[in-house]
Design a protein around this ligand. Structure first.
Ligand SMILES: [Zn+2]
Length: 358
């Protein structure tokens, strides 16, 4: 394979971004070889990094993990995502998508707290190519915005074709809705509202201040590593790992704390995680560490999101009754359990605003 001709002007234009990619690779946490998943070929990798073939070769030579013979390497899409996110080029699809999906973090304090109304739909369906088995069971986490001062209305459970509800009458207080059959969905209208109380306990403030000061980075990680709190002292985390880390520090200081998982309005198909703590005044408050993890890539976000003296809870937060490690949707049939992470289940989430913020 010969080197592609590059005009001097084009080479100069591209070289800045290419140098930034190589520099970002130096500080990159790479997915450990035991978890490496070679799911992306060269053409798609170059698209994700918005770089040319020559730069991709240089990245592979300088330590971007790959498998396969030279010139036909395959890469792990999570390495590519993380490298693009912190490349600083501003031209990768990853940077553009994250900026666009998190644009709302620029909003005023009032807009981040005011009540909102959204339509919620969560579904799971069998993904087994050989067809579903007769013993199939489904479980879907219920949205519980009432716990945060909102409301859940017009809840409907739809047992898929051939399915039926398990356990008789629906139990509104239950954490999960269950059914048998090849598919299931629930829908509801959610009212959500934000909050921004002051954190009182000095121990809590110290924990949050130390977490922010350590400047951990958000990374896309394999499911086996995603919730590991021991990653945080090494400088990186997903929202699950960061939440477990803060939960652990709180408990060591005698502060009641528990992790929570759920969704964020406008970020479909992302299961988010945060921490609920009981402050000195007896009030349960939210610490949402992901805005700290992302502060490097959303430097223009409202500083309230990373203020260690505030327990900021966005009006986009939709809690479930589950903790980090729980599954918001699962389908089980035959011997294989299927969740969002395993190919045996197809999970779809839609949370769309019903009308503009009040
Ligand atoms: Zn099935």
């Amino acid at each position: 394979m010969g080197a592609a001709y590059r005009s001097p002007a084009r080479a100069r234009a591209g070289d800045g971004a290419d140098r930034r990619l190589l520099r970002a690779l130096d500080g990159l946490y790479v997915i450990p070889s035991g978890h490496h998943r070679p799911d992306t070929g060269r053409a798609d990798a170059a698209r994700m990094l918005a770089c040319d073939d020559r730069t991709l070769t240089a990245l592979a030579r300088h330590g971007l993990p790959s498998t396969g013979e030279r010139g036909r390497e395959r890469f792990d899409s999570r390495d590519l995502f993380n490298l693009a996110l912190y490349s600083g080029t501003g031209r990768t699809p990853v940077e553009r998508d994250v900026t666009s999906l998190l644009r709302w973090t620029r909003s005023s304090c009032e807009d981040l707290i005011a009540p909102r109304v959204s339509r919620f739909e969560l579904g799971v369906a069998c993904g087994d190519p050989d067809g579903c088995r007769p013993d199939a069971r489904n479980a879907l986490a219920r949205p519980r915005t009432g716990a945060y001062g909102g409301a859940v209305r017009h809840v409907r459970a739809h047992p898929g074709r051939g399915g039926r509800r398990v356990g008789g009458a629906p139990d509104a207080a239950a954490t999960t809705a269950r059914s048998s059959g090849p598919a299931m969905a629930i829908s509801a209208v959610l009212r959500t509202v934000g909050d921004c109380p002051v954190l009182r306990a000095p121990a809590l403030r110290a924990i949050v201040r130390e977490f922010i000061g350590a400047e951990p980075r958000y990374l896309r990680l394999p499911v086996e590593l995603r919730d590991d709190p021991d990653l945080v002292p090494r400088g990186f985390a997903g929202c699950g790992a960061a939440s477990r880390y803060i939960e652990r520090l709180c408990r060591e200081e005698g502060v009641p704390a528990t992790t929570r998982i759920g969704w964020v309005v406008g970020l479909p198909d992302v299961v988010h995680a945060w921490v609920e703590v009981v402050d000195d005044d007896g009030v349960t408050k939210v610490i949402d560490p992901t805005f700290t993890l992302l502060s490097e890539v959303i430097p223009w976000s409202n500083p309230m999101l990373r203020d260690p003296s505030l327990a900021f809870r966005t009006n986009r937060l939709v809690p479930t009754g589950l903790h980090v490690g729980g599954d918001v949707a699962s389908h089980t049939c035959g011997r294989a359990a299927g969740t969002a992470e395993r190919p045996n289940a197809r999970v779809t989430t839609r949370i769309v605003p019903l009308r503009p913020t009040a």
